[in-house]
Design a protein around this ligand. Sequence first.
Ligand SMILES: [Zn+2]
Length: 472
Amino acid sequence: MPRFVRLGPPAALLALALTLTACDSSKDGSRDGGRHGASGLGDRYFPKAGNGGYDVSHYGLTLAYTPDGNRLTGTAVITARATEDLTAFNLDLAGMKVEKVTVGGGTAAYDRDGQELTIRPPTPLPKGTTFKAEVRYSGSPRTITDPDGSKEGWLRTADGALALGEPTGSMAWFPGNHHPSDKASYDVEVTVPKGLTAVSNGELKSERTTADGRSTFTWHTAEPMASYLATVAIGRYKVTRSATTDGLPVYVAVDPTQTAASSKVLARLPEIMDWAADTFGPYPFSSTGAIVDRPGDAGYALETQNRPVYPGAPDLVTLVHESAHQWFGDSVTPKSWQDMWLNEGFATYAEWLWTEDEGGATAEQTFNDLYDHGEDEYDDLWSFAPAKPTTAAHISDTPVYLRGAMVIHRIRQTVGDDAFHDLVQGWTAAHRHANADTAAFTAYVEKAAPDADFDDIWSDWLYGAAKPPRRP
Ligand SMILES: [Zn+2]
């Protein structure tokens, strides 16, 4: 998401327990020697997010939504591989009524506790087994308030709905392993009342009318996607299809009230994608685009995979920022929410690079202005280290974005422009469609420039809380 557009007051700091939910032996089948996959992955900021014991390779979501009454029915078919012997495992699902669960075609017992849906397959799943779990569910999907006060999950709009998932909102509309470390491919089919359009990630495979006159849109995402980047946007849209000069399909859906304000900036999307590919390496996905809803439909733009969501007509640097996230966040995905600066630092630095390449301020000027006067505008600029946000309420704060970008610029200052260009392209290639954490990044940079010394950059800029000394 772009910096500083989140709305709402900072939430009271949530005391997030870092302990995992203990596995209750009366539920987990351990009486007969079974194993219960962990109910959370122990993320430093969102410890209950995700689950242990399995790795999802594919989500098949069949959804039907009626805006009148906010009614969603869904079937999620989750293909996963057991990474340990399992007699029970969890999915994350917030709200909604679960109607039936099967595993391998057999009826599975289940129970719910908060966001944890615990499933006991009819027969144990040995380590290494690939299995399909099917969950049928329905209800009114909920909006989730983040620790920082912003809204995600299922957002109702004037003409439909908008699903946004960073960091935990996807559990409001489908059950899954909702942590960025478990990426998967997706097929998403959405049926909506006639006249509405349902836009999602990947490519539109079919659009048809059902027997009762509703419209069904089927979307396919072949490249791995973290669940926080999945989206569904339902409403009245003006859809425009085009292509970049490289032949990449562009699918843009704009709320009719926003077409006039956004047409000029969106016309530059193909040019931005070509610039980004030159700058960051080959584009990692099979299509690109944008979803423009009305201002206020969301409090922020989000880099949903293939086509970011913008609440109202975006400005040019926001378009650059969310497009750059396709490399930084969507293709190279953080291993945990602590690595958020790898997303936002790079996406912010992309804004600086674009501005420099367009003949505006150089990144060096932007860096120096921030170093000399940044705290005048951003009073929390030096409040914590980019790689160590103080709490979950701060993972989208200024240091993650601006200090994160300053870390990237310090690396460029250290290695020089040509080596920096190669280093960035090498990084996106090394972890394409995968996950990476901060330690992998610093190790990569050190290996790419073995003669340079990065110790002070890591200790003062990346992990140091105080304002670093001016560079030697
Ligand atoms: Zn961002």
